[in-house]
Design a protein around this ligand. Structure first.
Ligand code: 5AD
Ligand code: SF4
Length: 488
């Protein structure tokens, strides 16, 4: 995914709906798939696994719906409006199908898992429904649908990590890539549908992770983001559900997240490493010390807080208090003083009072986040909150609180960027800037977007850039030379 500029992300639901449409040459005579992805980074990574499985069956990708034999939409169920957007898109695809009745339409991912046969039988919007753990079954399901039968597989697995599948990199910049390290989530935050749509947490074999990163490096990639719903709970001791099947001996020799980071950083020294998402209840000082030790591990942590009030955090089943969270922030500041920090915040969760909302505001002010993703609470079926608590904060109050949160974050982001003016940052160049071909765009280790005149630099270069100005979303600078990091 080509991450858009940070301003666009401040909007509620900003991670939804970034469509990924890809094309490949030499397509003559082959069956063509059109793949579109919504939602989190994990979904974009999963689409690359889907592309790999179907490429192995002789399919090529296309960005032109009219020439597609199959259309797959990889979907998100995290908030209701994410699902509404996908429904609208499926209706559009069905218009195309009216002209081309042989076209097969499939829904993949979290919405497929949540709604199961409903999209197929009641709403008749799709021909194929495939949950996140069933992508290996896609070739068979396509055949079933083409034979006019119902094609559905929403079985969640306790083992599947797609560890042996080499993702086909889609629509990216050729410089940054996602590598998934865990699947599923065991946390059961009371507002969240993910444990129901992505199943139990399992960790991927570290050897396959390192091999994938090494391959990316030799293919010219210069940055990886290690992905998991909660990377800090990564634990590998031979596969499967860790808590249930590992013996004492296996656990003693298990690889944890800090150790995985250490291995990737030392075994592929030429690549920058990011990771997402960290969980405040599980993030250890060991991880922070590992980050501090390695220059190629980016100094940036996404640490979702959700709320600044301890009672609400308990109701959210987050496993930490305001004090614990602030202690983790102090640990980051102590061990990695230059670390960029971002967060996720939910406005208007069940029974949230004005005072509790004010605590979220005061926490933001105290932490001074560089960046945040901010959402209105959206009740999701099956979750603990839906079963146990009333969604009782009126819509207008949710909206007003979200606006206050966004306004504050906009000020904090600008303040944070202003502190960078006058400094020199090491920047990995990702590609041309959005607004001008004469400028390049890249990111600092703290994950800030920086734009500077291109001169003779190119994507993949690690460049020192002097910052002379900024907006709330972007740093503006001039290159001062190649960085000592590495030179292409
Ligand atoms: N309503 C609003 N936001 C939600 N998130 C997860 N579930 C919901 C929900 N039901 C947000 C959380 C999470 C991010 C990925 O999405 O902030 O960290
Ligand atoms: Fe959802 Fe909580 Fe798991 Fe994140 S940690 S995916 S918010 S249940």
């Amino acid at each position: 995914m080509n991450m858009s500029e940070q301003t666009e992300k401040i909007i509620d639901e900003s991670r939804q709906g970034e469509a990924l449409m890809v094309d490949q040459a030499e397509t003559a005579g082959k069956r063509k798939m059109f793949l579109e992805s919504y939602g989190c980074q994990m979904n974009f990574a999963d689409s690359e696994i889907v592309a790999s499985i179907l490429t192995g069956q002789g399919y090529t990708t296309t960005s032109d719906i009219s020439e597609a034999d199959v259309i797959f939409v990889n979907t998100c169920a995290i908030r209701d409006n994410a699902e509404q957007r996908v429904r609208k898109r499926l209706n559009e695809f069905n218009q195309v199908k009216k002209k081309n009745p042989d076209l097969v339409i499939g829904v993949l991912g979290c919405m497929a898992e949540r709604l199961k046969a409903k999209l197929l039988e009641e709403e008749k919007l799709v021909d194929i429904v495939v949950g996140p753990d069933a992508y290996r079954d896609l070739p068979v399901l396509i055949k079933t649908a083409e034979d006019g039968q119902k094609a559905i597989n929403v079985i969640l697995s306790k083992e599947e990590t797609y560890a042996d599948i080499s993702p086909v990199r889609l629509g990216g910049n050729g410089i940054t890539a996602f590598v998934s390290i865990t699947r599923g989530c065991d946390n059961m935050c009371s507002f969240c549908v993910v444990p129901f749509t992505r199943g139990r947490e399992r960790s991927r074999d570290p050897e396959t992770i390192i091999n994938e990163v090494r391959q990316l490096y030799s293919d010219g990639f210069r940055e990886v983001t290690l992905l998991g719903q909660n990377v800090d709970s990564y634990l590998y001791a031979g596969g499967g559900l860790k808590k249930e099947i590992y013996s004492r001996e296996e656990l003693d020799s298990a690889v944890n997240f800090a150790q995985l980071l250490e291995r990737v950083a030392t075994e592929v020294p030429g690549i920058r490493i990011r990771f997402s998402t960290s969980h405040p209840k599980d993030m250890t000082d060991e991880v922070l010390h590992t980050m501090a030790r390695h220059k190629n591990i980016c100094k940036y942590i996404h640490l979702p807080v959700q709320s600044g009030n301890s009672d609400l955090l308990e109701k959210m089943n987050r496993g930490y208090t305001r004090e614990w969270y602030l202690n983790r922030i102090s640990a980051i500041r102590r061990i990695i003083p230059e670390c960029g920090i971002s967060t996720d915040i939910i406005a208007g969760f069940c029974s949230e009072t004005e005072d509790q909302h004010a605590e979220t505001i005061s926490l933001m002010d105290e932490v001074k986040y560089d960046f945040a993703y901010m959402f209105k609470y959206s009740e999701r079926p099956k979750t603990l909150a839906e079963r146990k608590y009333a969604d009782d904060v009126p819509e207008d109050v949710k909206g007003r609180r979200l606006t206050e949160i966004i306004d504050l974050q906009n000020r904090l982001s600008l303040e944070s960027n202003k502190k960078d003016v006058g400094k020199v940052h090491e920047v990995l160049v990702e590609g041309p800037s959005k607004r001008s071909d004469e400028h390049l765009s890249g990111r600092t280790t703290q994950n800030k977007v920086i734009v500077f005149p291109k001169e003779n630099y190119k994507p993949g270069d690690l460049v020192d850039v002097h910052v002379y100005d900024c907006t709330q979303a972007t740093l503006l600078g001039n290159a001062t030379g190649y960085s000592a990091g590495f030179k292409n």
